[in-house]
Ligand binder design. Structure first.
Ligand code: S3P
Ligand code: PEP
Length: 446
């Protein structure tokens, strides 16, 4: 990292042309669960032992922010930390750098805005292009003092002490990111504690990425706060809501990270077995296994593991093409887009508009890089269609740009099963959620 916290793009990784993939791997902890649990533990009464924590850029910025806010964190190892909660954080003035971690930026904005204090929240330049206006609007309805330091609707943000009277009702738009609703829900006990009455959160319009809200509600319940949910449009946090440490919590493996290895099993013969998520997972992205089945792979479930086998595409076999709405699994959907290279016909990903405002404009990035390899690609505001190279001769060797997007690097590693050399530029961008990705990858592909 440079002094501004911006990671320098470095290096290139030539992928060895691969024909097979098999073996076992253990997943790093879930990013979504790790950052939620860190914040919930910080707000909870008592001490929480967190095991299986993800150790990556996104969790490091969250840990550093909590330390700056005065929390006592005991790091037992890279994947284990003990957090002693404080209903109201000790330091009420802080300047926090949150990288490009949506799961740190959005929930901390809500918690600090409702707690009150003088805070500044910033990130890498791309974070300052990722919208946050819908969350700020919802928090302002609750009496929060938030100003935009630059462009209206985007970070960096300045938070000033909240008004003491708060409204027991707010509305939030759900069409840009589900993380805004997640942030309001997790911070809600700070508002109910001040008001002594329940807080009602209404979602305006469509809500995207719904399974992530279920992760939020599940973990809030684990920390003692039961939210009443009426469909996807109304959420009520009770008047007496307060977080209590569950004592010990084990973070599941990351289901989005699992998608790359499950995909390897589906194109390289397999079986590839991932340990850390399985049939009991609380993460929506495990539903990617169903996409793989629809494409012709075989999936075997354990409680905490998944094994995938499939055809060997390097020997000419093909996966079944798909036309599918991916709104529920936007992250694993990128893996499906890369697999379209090996399909037996045109594939279409629908309802993926949120890709435009993630680590990069993922519709543009995917379109550009798949086309470099010889696929015929078309895209629109919220869709992507990929016609795979018709014959081995239609493939073209390519240097794949990764746009400082971990998922671009990880999903294009699957292109190594085509008939051309592939180079991944700046492979180190995987550090956002999976620093060890290429090391584990290299052990499973032959
Ligand atoms: O709440 C979460 O943990 C996440 C929600 C999703 O974002 P959107 O709700 O913006 O689609 C997902 O893409 C992101 O990686 C993690
Ligand atoms: C969208 C992602 O990240 P974030 O949590 O920063 O939104 C992602 O990991 O694909």
């Amino acid at each position: 990292m440079s002094s501004s916290g911006v990671r320098e793009a470095l290096g290139r990784l030539a992928l060895p042309p691969s024909t097979e993939a098999f073996g076992q791997m253990t997943l790093p902890g879930s990013k979504s669960i790790s950052n939620r649990v860190l914040l919930l533990a910080a707000l909870a009464q008592g001490q929480t032992r967190i095991r299986g924590l993800l150790d990556s850029d996104d969790t490091r910025v969250m840990l550093a922010a909590l330390e700056t806010l005065g929390l006592t964190l005991q790091r037992v190892s890279d994947t284990e930390v003990w957090v002693t909660g404080q209903a109201v954080f000790k330091n009420r003035q802080a300047d926090l750098f949150l990288g490009n971690a949506g799961t740190a930026f959005r929930p901390l904005t809500a918690a600090l805005a409702l707690m009150g204090g003088d805070f500044r929240l910033s990130g890498v330049p791309r974070m300052h292009e990722r919208p946050i206006g819908d969350l700020v609007d919802a928090l302002q309805q609750l009496g929060a003092g938030i100003q935009y330091e630059g462009q209206t609707g985007y970070p960096p943000l300045k938070i000033s002490p909240a008004q003491t009277t708060v409204n027991p009702f707010t509305r939030v738009k759900g069409s840009v990111s589900s993380q805004f609703l997640t942030a309001l829900l997790m911070a809600a006990p700070l508002a109910t504690a001040r008001m002594g009455q329940p807080l009602v959160i209404e979602v305006e319009g469509d809500l995207i990425s719904k399974p992530y809200i279920l992760i939020t509600l599940n973990l809030m319940a684990y920390f003692g706060v039961q939210v009443k949910r009426e469909g996807w449009s109304r959420f009520t946090v009770p008047a007496d809501a307060h977080y209590v440490s569950p004592g010990d919590i084990m973070v599941e493996g990351d289901a989005s990270s699992a998608s790359y290895f499950m995909a390897l099993g589906a194109i390289g013969g397999g079986p590839v077995t991932v340990h850390g998520v399985g049939a009991d997972s609380i993460q929506g992205d495990i539903a990617f296994a169903q996409t793989l089945e629809e494409m012709g792979a075989q999936v075997n479930w354990g409680a905490h593991s998944v094994s995938v086998s499939g055809p060997c595409v390097a020997k000419g076999a093909r996966l079944r093409a798909f036309d599918k709405d991916f709104n529920l699994i936007p992250d694993a959907a990128m893996t499906a887009a890369a697999l379209a290279l090996y399909a037996d016909g045109p594939c279409r990903l629908r309802n993926i508009g949120s890709w435009r405002v993630k680590e990069t404009d993922r519709i543009h990035a995917m379109h550009t890089e798949l086309a470099k390899l010889g696929a015929q690609v078309e895209s629109g505001p919220d869709w992507l269609s990929v016609t795979p190279p018709a014959t081995p001769d239609s493939w073209r060797a390519a240097e794949i740009e990764t746009y400082d997007d971990h998922r671009m690097a990880m999903c294009f590693s699957l292109a190594a099963f085509g008939p051309v050399p592939v180079i991944i530029l700046d492979p180190g961008c995987v550090s956002k959620t999976f620093p060890d990705y290429f090391n584990i990858y290299s052990k499973l592909v032959k």
